[in-house]
Ligand binder design. Structure first.
Ligand SMILES: [Zn+2]
Length: 254
């Protein structure tokens, strides 16, 4: 791991060349780009996320007790990762975006680190939502976590929407919750129109998100996969690099 063999250097050169040649690039990121920011992959053994049974969306809606539990866990997690900063991977993709040839990064992550690296909101398509703020499940109004927490700490209960009294939930997509339509639609459109689909740090095992690289390939795009572990789509890709994300994508930072 990490040693610069000749074939590894050649692969990186090919990556740089393919990115340079592309006209419309769709980047697709997963947990592997944020582990280097200190946020563990939630599916990995020993992850704090694995300590508890997930609270389903249905249970969250039905039970005030489940909502208290969910928010308590959420704030505990926020305390662990409060200091997380964009990695070399986030910054490298940000540098590619500056060329104007990458309309958006599609991400399975909920940590908001692509935005923190300088991408605009509309340049980030979040397939699993965003864990850095709350949304009203009735009217969709955004509420900041700091405010939700102040209320939670004072009352022992999460507050209701200040506009409509609806239930507030972290703006992530929970188990049992529908995928966000707008994000899915934008992803499909970009996957169909791009000429390079660039995967960085996703194991491509969580569906339906993991179907998009194959869809892009079927629509004529080149497919590059950079991930530490092999993925089920490696055999379809034009280029596969099994490595940490940061050292590879730092090559794009001027
Ligand atoms: Zn509301």
């Amino acid at each position: 791991m990490g040693e610069m063999t000749e074939s590894h250097s050649a692969s990186i050169a090919t990556l740089l060349h393919m990115v340079q040649e592309a006209e419309i690039i769709a980047a697709f990121t997963g947990a592997g780009i944020s582990t280097e920011s200190g946020i563990p992959d939630f599916r990995s053994p020993g992850s704090p996320w694995m300590r508890h049974k997930p609270i389903s969306f249905d249970l969250f809606l039905r039970s005030a007790e489940a909502r208290r539990e969910a928010w308590g866990r959420k704030f505990a997690m926020d305390d662990l990762y409060r200091g997380a900063r964009p990695s070399q991977g986030h910054l490298g993709l940000g540098a590619i975006a500056e060329s104007g040839r990458m309309p958006a990064v599609i991400t399975q992550n909920i940590d908001g680190l692509h935005q923190a690296s300088g991408l605009k909101e509309e340049q980030v398509i979040e397939l699993h939502g965003n864990g850095t703020y709350a949304k009203c499940l009735a009217c969709g109004r955004r509420h900041e976590h700091d405010w939700v927490r102040q209320c939670f700490d004072a009352d022992g209960d999460p507050p209701d929407c200040i506009a409509c009294g609806g239930i507030l939930k972290s703006a992530t997509i929970s188990f049992g919750q529908a995928m966000p339509e707008e994000a899915m639609r934008r992803t499909q459109k970009l996957a169909a129109s791009c000429d390079l689909f660039l995967v960085a740090g996703s194991s491509l095992v969580v569906y339906p998100a993991a179907a998009f690289p194959a869809f892009a390939k079927e629509n004529g795009a080149r497919l590059i996969i950079v991930n530490r572990e092999p993925t089920p789509l490696d055999s379809k890709a034009d280029l596969v690099i099994h490595a940490e994300i940061g050292p590879i994508f730092s090559k794009f930072i001027a």
